[in-house]
Design a protein around this ligand. Structure first.
Ligand code: LRH
Ligand code: MN
Ligand code: MN
Length: 401
């Protein structure tokens, strides 16, 4: 796309802008149920008025995020944090509020039995318990009409020699294979990695390479989850995105942002340029298209800020990064890259990044019949005051409880 002035949208580039708008309209982001609960650090959990008391209320809050952004139609659940008697009824409740239940997250990190790990545990009885939990999660998944099971294994060791690194990999491979064998053809395992925490010497699935190795061994229905906060500082995340996309193994993102480690802050808050670079790889690979199967999820906590506005801001941050990535002049970039025009290529990218896309997104929302300013509209809706009056004794977001 030509530009008359750098950083502004050319008025006659109508076709391109229409295509960008269509892509933005089609983009959806999945929100996590746990973002609506109180959370904090091991030092203090701060509560906010009106915090949901159960999964039903968490879904109601998530539906508000969808109502004001038009872009958050799915909610991830975490089991057992979101355990209910009747999952069918929970799915109906979600649908009644205009959303649906998305990815089911297993939890094998909050039970005393998992002190030495879950699927990697040296005790076969504990490993069997961890496999059984995942099979239960598959049942939840089916009851709510979802097809994705996300697995994050907190397994690891704290001291050299504590356990065999190789044996633990073998145990994880065996456990995952048991879970994978129970999948139906339209279902997926999404395997997340994280470089450290809660263990500090070895982590059993610490990086995308290890996750990929396990996914490749399992089969096509196993893909990698990239949580943006789960890397060592300085890691080039867009490189990982590009590589996993090449291999057709990028299953999903857990979006959040970080200044230090797994901070779980609002996506795009710490490093909007990194989020743009990630979305540039996504757009370049055509992976905004849902057919490629990349699920854009948030995995965040709102320790001190209001939760629903925090989620709304997260969605708009993803949309802004996506809009900028869609504005990259792919032809000009290609020409510059092929001719070895280092600064020219960089200029094409930066020109898109430096474009103010907020008016464009406001227009897209207006055309959807939404308020162009979701945060302001939510604040004016009175929902926060209403639930603060109605709900007494909100729960925590699972961990730190
Ligand atoms: C682990 C993690 C994983 C969990 C979530 C609560 O740090 O990113 O995705 O399920 O946090
Ligand atoms: Mn995560
Ligand atoms: Mn995390």
């Amino acid at each position: 796309m030509d530009r008359s002035t750098p950083g502004t949208l050319r008025k006659d580039a109508v076709v391109t802008i229409e295509a960008v708008k269509r892509a933005l309209l089609a983009q959806t982001v999945e929100v996590p149920s746990w973002a609506y609960g109180n959370s904090g650090t091991r030092f203090k959990v701060f509560t906010t008025p009106g915090t949901p008391r159960d999964p039903w209320e968490k879904i109601a809050d998530a539906a508000q995020v969808n109502a004001f952004t038009g872009a958050a139609p799915r909610v991830s659940l975490h089991v057992p944090w979101d355990e209910v008697e009747d999952y069918d009824a929970l799915a109906t409740h979600a649908r009644d509020l205009g959303v649906r239940i998305g990815t089911i997250n297993s939890n094998v990190f909050q039970d005393d039995d998992y002190r030495l790990g879950s699927l990697a545990n040296p005790d076969p009885a504990v490993r069997a318990k961890a496999v059984a939990h995942h099979l239960d999660c598959l049942e939840v998944m089916r009851a709510v009409g979802s097809t994705d099971l996300k697995i994050w294994l907190a397994d690891g060791t704290n001291y050299p020699g504590q356990d065999s690194i190789r044996a633990r990999q073998d145990r994880i491979a065996d456990g995952l294979a048991e879970i994978y064998a129970a999948l139906r053809p339209d279902e997926r395992i999404l395997l997340e990695y994280k470089f450290f925490e809660p263990f500090f010497y070895t982590t059993d699935v610490p990086d995308w390479g290890t996750s990929l190795v396990h996914c490749l061994a399992l089969g096509d229905q196993a893909q990698v989850v990239l949580d943006t906060g789960h890397h060592a500082p300085g890691t080039n995340i867009e490189f990982i995105v590009a590589q996993l996309l090449r291999l057709g193994r990028l299953g999903a993102f857990d979006f959040n942002s970080r200044f230090y480690a797994d901070d779980d802050l609002i996506v795009g808050a710490a490093d909007p340029f990194q989020l743009f670079r990630i979305m540039h790889e996504i757009v370049g690979a055509g992976a905004l298209d849902p057919a490629l199967g990349v699920n854009f999820m948030l995995d965040q906590c709102h320790n001190i800020e209001e939760k629903i506005p925090g989620q709304i801001r997260s969605i708009t941050n993803v949309q802004e990064a996506t809009a900028k990535a869609l504005l990259v002049d792919a032809d000009a970039l290609d020409v510059a890259q092929r001719s070895g025009d280092v600064l020219g290529a960089n200029d094409v990218l930066m020109d898109a990044y430096n474009t103010d896309v907020r008016p464009l997104l406001a227009q897209v929302r207006q055309e959807q019949g939404l308020d162009p300013h979701p945060l302001r509209a939510f604040a004016a809706s009175g929902y926060a005051d209403r639930v603060a009056a109605e709900r007494v004794g909100g729960t925590q977001a699972g961990w730190g409880a």
